[in-house]
Design a protein around this ligand. Structure first.
Ligand code: ATP
Ligand code: MG
Length: 502
């Protein structure tokens, strides 16, 4: 095999933010025709590195070389012109403009008279959307699309830029399974064209599926860079977290032996994605719900806590029917939903970690009359430590935390409340393998405290490692409920596709 050409080279990159060294002497080499995965724990510096490559952040020191020439990136537009396209973790897009306007922002096709040529713009936009088989009308206002469709628009945009380097920051955190498969096909064709692709993900299966090379960062430092074929899963985990991680099932000793249901859902219906759902959870039990993205899991969770109005059905707590009309009612009964979307729901980005964590629990943290600030900071420090939230201190604004650490703040906020029924919707999405294990342990602790837990996940190894029973959803129906001991990967896959178990 001939040696592949290096397109982009980063040498000795340093970058500090107030109170944190986000990158410490990091090197990276991207070759033509390579999918280069960038991995590392939450807060390791991955996004910071790609923001530097994309011209958004200026490095403190170091060198960038594009095709062996030193470059000094001035801003994102400059990077784009040089052929470096970045798909951001948090999409910096203009929600009020149309899809086409977003695609051609700052480079709209012009007519002879210098005016924007809208017809051509919509036509070209359609062309790029078709190339990635995205069924999206270029005239739609971007903000009206689902997050995953918005991500597809960004993908079409980076392809339309005909970039040499395409950087994707955790696309699988927002795409549906079908969209992700399509993205992988797009990545394969970009690779065949000799582009360099940088792919960030916390999902190890993905890294092994599409990666050629993986570079691992930890605490802003380079741990190593290896061809994927030289590594197995355990090797990679060790590079990522620095120690081995237990991913196997830990038997739950805390389930009520008689399995008396504490929490029941009877004949719940809402729209076409929640159809006649029945389930029972006893005290100390972890009930998993598996299903493909779009099978109705989130809709079910929302219907239970009254976020969406139900058409029919009952929620029963301690054998008594309860009337839940809003999430506040649900919390009143001790039932909460920890949502998957950290940005849309549940985080006050401008406020500190400690305010976010302690807000819902304020009642119990109040002194006789005044807020007890000592108590609040002790409380939030404790949860920061438990969840290993990486930040300078609990006074740091949540906005500046890495994506995964924001997710941990959402979790800390809910776990700290003394409730009885916890519904977790994809609680470990976007979270690194080490912290995933810690989050599973926290959920196991809740079970030990006799809470009833519903755990929604689309990751099979994860659900098998934590759930006592697993309900599988397909097109709004719960088509099977399996005991942990009966559940296998093959069965979960077969049921989730609506098929018969193997
Ligand atoms: N604008 C900023 N101001 C202050 N600190 C920042 C800023 N951006 C990032 N940081 C800090 O730099 C460190 C690296 O963050 P970065 O977002 O690069 O992590 P990451 O590897 O992408 O993590 P994740 O997997 O959670 O997305 C973190 O400690 C983060 O809090
Ligand atoms: Mg990141």
């Amino acid at each position: 095999m001939t040696e592949q050409r290096v397109i982009l080279e980063a040498r000795g990159i340093n970058k500090s933010f107030p109170g944190v060294k986000a990158l410490d002497n990091v090197d990276l080499f991207i070759k033509a025709g390579e999918v280069h995965c960038l991995a590392g724990e939450n807060g390791a510096g991955k996004s910071t590195l790609i923001e530097i490559l994309g011209g958004t952040y200026q490095m403190d020191s170091g060198e960038l070389l594009l095709n062996n020439q030193i470059i000094n990136l001035q801003n994102p537009k400059h990077a784009q012109e040089l052929g470096i396209a970045v798909l951001h973790q948090e999409l910096p897009i203009l929600r009020d403009l149309t899809v086409a306007e977003n695609l051609f922002l700052g480079r709209q096709p012009r007519s002879r008279f210098g005016l924007v040529d809208y017809r051509k713009m919509y036509k070209d936009a359609k062309k790029w959307l078709d190339i990635i088989s995205a069924d999206i009308n270029p005239r739609t206002i971007l903000g009206r699309l689902s997050v995953s469709k918005q991500q597809l628009v960004s993908i079409a945009k980076s392809i339309s830029l005909e970039a040499q380097i395409i950087i994707l920051d955790e696309p699988s955190a927002v795409l549906t399974d079908v969209e992700l498969k399509r993205l992988f096909a797009i990545i394969a064709s970009l690779k065949a064209e000799g582009k360099g692709i940088i792919y960030i993900s916390h999902r190890l299966e993905e890294i092994f599926e599409i990666g050629d090379q993986v570079t691992v960062l930890r605490n802003g430092k380079l741990v190593g860079s290896e061809p994927i074929q030289n590594l197995n899963r355990a090797d990679l985990v060790k590079m990522l977290v620095g120690h081995e991680v237990l991913e196997s099932y830990i038997a739950n000793q805390s389930i009520d032996k008689n399995r008396t249901p504490v929490f029941e859902v009877n004949g719940l219906n809402h729209g076409h994605l929640v159809r006649n759902i029945n389930l029972k959870v006893s005290s100390g039990e972890i009930f998993g719900i598996y299903g493909l993205v779009g099978s109705g899991r989130t809709e079910l969770a929302r219907a239970i806590i009254g976020a969406d109005r139900i058409n029919s059905g009952q929620i029963i707590l301690d054998k008594k029917k309860v009337c839940i009309k809003s999430p506040a009612d649900a919390i009143g009964y001790g039932i909460c939903l920890v949502p998957e979307d950290r940005k849309g729901q549940g985080l006050l980005l401008e406020k500190s970690i400690s305010e976010n964590i302690s807000l819902p629990s304020l009642k119990s943290l109040k002194g006789k009359l005044l807020l007890n600030y000592g108590k609040i900071s002790k409380y939030s420090d404790e949860y920061m430590k438990k969840l290993r939230i990486i930040a300078s201190d609990s006074g740091q604004t949540v906005k500046y935390l890495s994506g995964g650490n924001q997710q941990k703040v959402v979790l800390a906020k809910w776990i700290g409340m003394n409730l009885r029924v916890f519904i977790f919707d994809e609680p470990t999405r976007g979270i690194d393998v080490g912290a995933k294990e810690e989050i599973r342990n926290l959920i196991r602790d809740l079970a030990r405290d006799k809470k009833s837990i519903i755990f929604i996940s689309s990751e099979i190894p994860e659900i098998l490692s934590i759930a006592d029973r697993i309900g599988i959803m397909h097109e709004g129906r719960m088509i099977a409920i399996l005991d942990r001991s009966d559940a296998t990967k093959e069965k979960l896959v077969a049921y989730s596709m609506g098929g018969i178990a193997v």
